[in-house]
Design a protein around this ligand. Structure first.
Ligand SMILES: Cc1cc2nc3c(=O)[nH]c(=O)nc-3n(C[C@H](O)[C@H](O)[C@H](O)COP(=O)(O)O)c2cc1C
Length: 342
């Protein structure tokens, strides 16, 4: 008997998965999630064509692991079997992923060809893509879908993907037409989980450990957390068996600073991410109970700036910062995201 694949072996333990999020789930965010016990993490989507077109530093950074990164899935976006097969081989050689995922959820056709959620209109194409990807690697190949393009056909699509060899299917419980409006339909996700033989991971609108546990009871193999993990890697600790309370403000400030330092260390290139500009939207989410810091946090350029802004919290003793915050203090994390890439 062959050894269990990556997904089967990770799913033997409790925990939740960090969602792929363009502009967010980069190496520093994945590192913080992994340290808190995420079952696995998924890269930002990477265009298969772009990967085959060459190795500019932007694409390399999308796929490049941080030193020692292990449980990380690389997500590819594309619509042509030969390009995807080539990109799988390249991603495997360059990025040392634990598994490869096909994006079937992005509602914005970014590149020529009809990848992302467009594949939900022509699922036969996606089945061919998964077969071609499987032939290009011995790693697990998975797919992440939405419920459908404009109506729910997720059970049918999941069964086709499974027949094509997908080792796991993630379902974001919205149609592509819905984008991010309304609420994720977890009844629909549960129907896919009940009808598929491979593990099904559910995605959509989980903000607290309690919500995650409630969703877990709906028959999914695991839940995936995206927006609710921005500024809150501790949600993975809770679901891996730890406590539910958020750490005190000093610990959260220290982690925000560490995120900034990891960012500076990882992006030692010319893509513009060397400055902390992309983190400006993230840092205030570590400290939602300190709205007075927001104006300064959204202007930082270096980790030194972050240290200066957070100094009052960093200098407090571990016990003097007001204790553990109420998770409900994280207000409205579903708003304010840049959704152009997703
Ligand atoms: C800013 C942003 C970027 C995203 N990028 C991707 C992506 O690259 N690939 C993908 O499959 N899904 C992407 N998604 C969808 C998420 O993986 C997830 O399915 C969705 O946000 C619902 O989960 P949540 O409510 O926990 O965030 C993105 C979502 C957001 C908000």
């Amino acid at each position: 008997m062959s050894a269990p694949g990556f997904y089967a072996s990770r799913l033997t333990r409790p925990g939740a998965v960090l969602a792929p999020m363009a502009g967010y789930s980069d190496a520093p965010m994945r590192q913080l999630a992994a340290e808190q016990g995420a079952l696995w993490t998924v890269s930002e989507m990477i265009s298969a064509r772009g990967l085959m077109g060459g190795g500019d530093s932007e694409k390399l950074n999308l796929g490049r692991p941080y030193p020692g990164e292990r449980e990380r899935v690389v997500q590819l976006f594309g619509a042509e079997s030969d390009v995807l097969a080539g990109a799988v081989a390249r991603a495997e050689a360059w990025f040392q992923p634990a598994a490869i995922d096909l994006n079937m959820g992005c509602p914005v056709p970014k590149i020529r060809g009809k990848g992302g959620a467009c594949l939900l209109q022509t699922p036969e194409v996606a089945y061919d893509l998964v077969s071609a990807m499987r032939q290009a690697t011995r790693l697990d190949v998975s797919a992440k879908i939405r419920l459908g393009w404009d109506h729910d056909r997720s059970v049918e699509v999941a069964q086709g993907l499974e027949a094509a060899g997908a080792a796991l299917i993630t379902v974001h419980g919205r149609t592509s037409a819905q984008r991010y409006t309304g609420q994720a339909d977890w009844e629909a996700i549960a129907r896919v989980a009940a009808s598929a033989r491979v593990p099904v991971v559910g995605s959509g609108d989980i903000l607290t450990p309690a919500q995650a546990r409630e969703r877990q009871r709906m028959g999914v193999a695991a839940v995936m957390i995206g927006r609710g993990a921005v500024g809150n890697p501790w949600i993975f600790r809770s679901l891996a068996g730890g406590q539910d309370d958020l750490p005190d403000a000093r610990t959260r400030a220290l982690t925000a600073l560490r995120h900034a330092e990891l960012q500076e260390q990882f992006y030692d290139d010319d893509t513009g991410r060397l400055t902390l500009r992309p983190l400006r939207k993230v840092l205030p989410k570590y400290l939602p109970d300190y709205p007075q810091l927001r104006d300064d946090l959204v202007q930082v350029v270096t980790a030194g700036d972050v240290r200066r802004v957070l100094r009052p919290l960093l200098e407090e003793g571990p016990d003097s910062a007001g204790g553990a915050a109420d998770p409900a203090a994280i207000t409205d994390p579903l708003n304010g995201y840049t959704l152009s890439h997703s």
